[in-house]
Unconditional design. Structure first.
Length: 623
């Protein structure tokens, strides 16, 4: 599909909307509870009372993306760009939110920060996640260090894994298979993409339990363009949860996860076939607990994680790291209007470098959300970051919003935010073998946002937001001095995001998001200036659903390491189709997914393969 297709598609969408209004001006309404979001306040609050445009990926949406990776699903949301998600499975992913870098995005799983302390930038590897074990995802964009601490500068991706059902035993089984091929090797008789999962859970008296297993395997594609050797990727995941509620107001959940990832890759310098392999194992175990009392509740989230990775290549290397995270906080509500949080967060990151090195973080923090009857709301907080190496850092946020109710079901909300955040230098940057600098300070970010949101029940929701971010003390590597240091120059990033959810008819819906991002002050590689995602979904009946998904990625630059020069990459457009049918209502669902229908040939990263037209089928069985 070429760039010329965008105009006809936009016209088609516009005409569809006009026709829908003419055919059925007063469509029947589907009863839907007010959407509740958590991530921007840690309280379950109605969306209309939030000062942020939080993105919520529900279980229903995850099921309609069965067979896709977590990175692919997140990449379809406004403000998010995950480079590598359109290429061969197993490629290194670059997570960019609002024109930022991966180290500015924080990943949280079941309330606990996850990060690999042995990596160069302490980023979490999204390739380790299985979408089959996820219940929902909330994405809060903008600075959120006051609530979540290090690295929460451009986005917080808050992942909630599946919980046990109230029945004695429930089982869910998912399986999919399909092709895995680039644009030039279209062989539909050769399957190369397989994924399976099984989840057994339930409740036995005061005890809940869950055991989940998932595996995926992808072959038939080479990492590089124009090479023949296939590079295989496989992942296995095991999850266990056991919960206990000794009394009505007290509960404990103990969890454990083991994930193994193996992926072949090629030589990126010179872009030649190579029998390289990356092997990684993640082990996580922890506990979450809550105690309710009166108008308040006390919460404990704690976990230990270890990461053991190996690069088998011309320059072999190993990476071993582990971290401890404990977050203890108290929530209290005064008269349903004032929601308060006071907490203490402890982090210890450790990695095997030339010797075992570590740092510790102790952060006290407080946050207050005020919700008035008049429509004025305020979310504000402070945090004191106390780091064992660079000392202390103070951050804060002020996030007012004003909601005007235009009718019983509709409201108009005006939002603004001013927040600061910080990014902690990694252990490699502080103590590693190549260019380490123990005197590094934390990176400083300041973010300003303003926007509006309009909602009409479950029929329509639209928002428009502008953001501006200033980055100081960025940790960069000086190739001349061969050392990491804090940059004296500043980086400015700004942009706009627009989202539209519109139920054109009772069974016809349209979701569109647009992102504009501009970054100045450094080399903004692989960040598109313009990006559009549009999904038109139609439910034929209670059991059958189909959708068309259009994706546009605008111009961006990438570095050609053959010449060490920047190259401008052409925009590209992709169109996908999805079809699902409940063979047995709420029991057995089958689906068909066709991606890159027009077999568009495009470049995501210079020299690396991208996926062409592919077909995938699968099933979801619940017993």
């Amino acid at each position: 599909m070429n760039k010329k297709c965008f105009g006809p598609l936009a016209a088609f969408v516009a005409c569809t909307g006009l026709c829908a209004q003419q055919v059925q001006p007063n469509p029947p309404q589907v009863q839907q509870l007010d959407e509740v979001i958590v991530s921007d306040s840690r309280f379950e609050l109605k969306r209309e009372n939030s000062g942020k445009t939080v993105i919520k990926i529900t279980q229903e949406e995850l099921q309609r993306n069965q067979g896709k990776t977590v990175a692919e699903i997140i990449n379809s949301k406004s403000g998010m760009e995950i480079t590598g998600s359109r290429g061969r499975q197993g490629e290194v992913l670059g997570v960019f939110a609002r024109g930022g870098r991966g180290r500015q995005v924080l990943i949280i799983i079941d309330g606990v920060r996850v990060t690999d302390p042995s990596s160069f930038s302490q980023e979490y590897d999204l390739r380790l996640l299985s979408a089959a074990n996820i219940e929902s995802i909330e994405i809060t964009k903008g600075a959120a260090s006051t609530l979540y601490g290090p690295n929460a500068a451009t986005a917080v991706i808050n992942i909630t894994t599946k919980k046990a059902s109230g029945q004695k035993i429930t089982g869910n089984f998912q399986s999919s298979l399909g092709t895995n091929q680039n644009q030039r090797n279209q062989a539909y008789d050769a399957l190369g993409d397989f994924s399976n999962s099984v989840n057994i859970n339930g409740t036995l008296g005061d005890v809940t339990y869950l055991v989940g297993f998932a595996n995926s395997h992808a072959s038939n594609m080479s990492s590089l363009i124009g090479t023949e050797e296939e590079d295989v990727t496989s992942r296995t995941t095991l999850d266990v949860k056991v919960g206990y509620r000794p009394i009505k107001k007290l509960d404990f959940i103990i969890f454990a996860n083991n994930t193994n990832l193996k992926t072949d890759y090629d030589e990126s310098f010179g872009l030649v076939d190579a029998p390289y392999r990356f092997i990684s194992e993640q082990k996580r175990t922890g506990v979450t607990s809550s105690f309710e009392y009166g108008q308040g509740s006390l919460h404990l989230n704690g976990a230990f994680a270890s990461y053991d990775s190996e690069n088998i290549s011309a320059f072999p290397s190993t990476f071993v790291g582990q971290n401890w995270t404990v977050d203890l906080y108290n929530r209290y509500t005064f008269g349903m209007k004032l929601h308060t949080i006071v907490g203490l967060n402890y982090i210890k990151d450790e990695a095997q470098l030339e010797e075992n090195r570590s740092f510790r973080i102790i952060d006290p923090y407080a946050n207050v959300v005020y919700i008035s009857d008049s429509g004025f709301n305020l979310n504000t907080g402070v945090r004191l970051n106390i780091h064992s190496e660079y000392g202390s850092k103070f951050v804060y946020n002020v996030n007012p919003s004003y909601r005007i109710r235009t009718s019983k079901k509709a409201y108009l909300k005006v939002m603004a935010s001013y927040a600061t955040s910080y990014i902690t230098p990694s252990l490699t940057q502080l103590f590693g073998a190549f260019g380490a600098n123990a005197d590094l300070e934390a990176e400083d970010n300041r973010t300003v946002e303003t926007g509006v949101e309009y909602a009409l029940g479950s029929t329509l929701r639209a928002n428009l937001l502008y953001f501006n971010r200033n980055e100081k003390n960025a940790v960069i590597f000086d190739n001349v001095a061969f050392q990491y240091f804090n940059a004296g120059t500043e980086i400015e990033a700004q942009g706009a995001e627009a989202e539209l959810h519109w139920r054109l008819l009772r069974d016809l819906s349209l979701d569109i998001n647009y992102t504009f991002a501009e970054r100045k002050g450094d080399n903004a590689i692989r960040i598109p200036k313009h990006k559009i995602n549009a999904l038109l979904g139609y439910r034929w009946n209670e059991r059958t659903f189909t959708s068309l998904n259009y994706r546009y990625t605008g111009q961006r630059i990438d570095t050609d390491f053959a010449t060490f020069s920047d190259v401008e990459l052409e925009p590209f457009s992709l169109l996908d189709a999805y079809f699902s049918h409940d063979v047995m209502a709420n029991k057995l669902k089958v689906f068909l997914n066709i991606s890159n229908i027009f077999n568009e040939d495009y470049v995501e990263v210079i020299g690396f393969s991208t996926r062409g037209r592919n077909i995938k089928v699968g099933m979801n069985l619940t017993l």
